[in-house]
Design a protein around this ligand. Sequence first.
Ligand code: NAD
Ligand code: GLY
Length: 380
Amino acid sequence: MENMTEDKIQTVKVEIPQQLGYFYPIIIGENILDKVGEPVKNYTKAKKLLIVTNKTVHPLYGKKIKASLLKEGFEIDFVILEDGEKHKNIHSLETIWQKAIEFKLERKDVIVALGGGVIGDVTGFAASTYLRGIDFGQIPTTLLSQVDSSVGGKVAINNKLGKNLIGSFYQPKFVLTDISTLKTLSVEELKVGLAEVLKYGMIEKSCGLNGLNISLIEYLKQNKEAIFALNTNTIQELVKYCCELKAAVVNKDEKEAGLRAILNFGHTIGHAIEKCSNYENINHGQAIAIGMKGTLFISKARKLIDENYYKTCLELLDLYGMDYKINKSINPEALYEAMLGDKKVLSGKIRFVLSTGESEVDVFNDVDKEIIFKALKTLY
Ligand code: NAD
Ligand code: GLY
């Protein structure tokens, strides 16, 4: 493991070859919220910043960011939204646009998301549409947003008929990731992010990187205590590596024409569980963890992986406390219907990302209905 000092700041470069020469930095460190002025100066021409956050995150980190940006001479204002997935909607979008107009934000100015994935997604979508596109920065404050949603430019809002149905691909100008913000996160929210981290372990080789001196699965096995204790070096190394894995995929396939679909390992079943639960009583990480177990079952049933690897992955999920089950009130038929209704269905075929070897996956759209039902039955 690299020997890191506590105040070490590291940068992951996200390159988007489809937008010639375009890249942006993910700046990762501890206690660096007061450094947000630097990427704003280096990667934008902004004089004014509109910071979008919510009622939970604003009292925790709003003051700190405000003080540091005012010191750097920026003019700033805040939009403070209600907290929760149900506010990732058109009304929040309208609130952001309205404030941007009143604050007279110009094209060269910046809208910054300060919060988890909900804030990042709605803010990014607002930035992609205000004045036909204004610069956008992210300060992700949950583990999920630090390792996943702040990377790769998917921005969206929900519609009453489904999640993330209205959105765009809109890359930020910078991401500033302060791992110390994870200290105020609940363990349940930390585990939402950890479910995505475990997913990276299961798709690592297919991302085309081998950046640690052991496999990510082995690293996760060895470092559970340090991760839950939010040990600085371990968390920073882990967040950075997950960003590198996602950046490598996005670099090859920004708009999900092919490879990027592998990031949805476990999500076909997971999204169906979330939908059938009306996005209540189960969070995204829990649903994805169950989804990964079902997906591993299908992969083993199709003889794509052996019993040993299947066991290794299940044990890893258990090690991280991902011992969740589908609520008995949701029947497998309803889950199957929900999978058929997913926006990722192609020509009526349910798309699964299956394990094809250790930390390797591929996309399949020919999984038998019978195997899907067998897998679902193991998840109650
Ligand atoms: P979230 O944004 O709702 O945050 C979870 C909770 O933690 C919220 O109550 C929030 O206020 C609180 N919070 C945030 N930072 C905190 C901190 N430092 N301390 C204490 N509390 C804090 O949820 P999330 O899991 O971060 O993100 C989920 C969203 O991300 C979903 O809408 C999902 O669709 C989206 N998502 C997007 C992508 C993408 O590529 N754009 C990828 C994955 C998920
Ligand atoms: N979270 C999946 C993606 O960004 O493509």
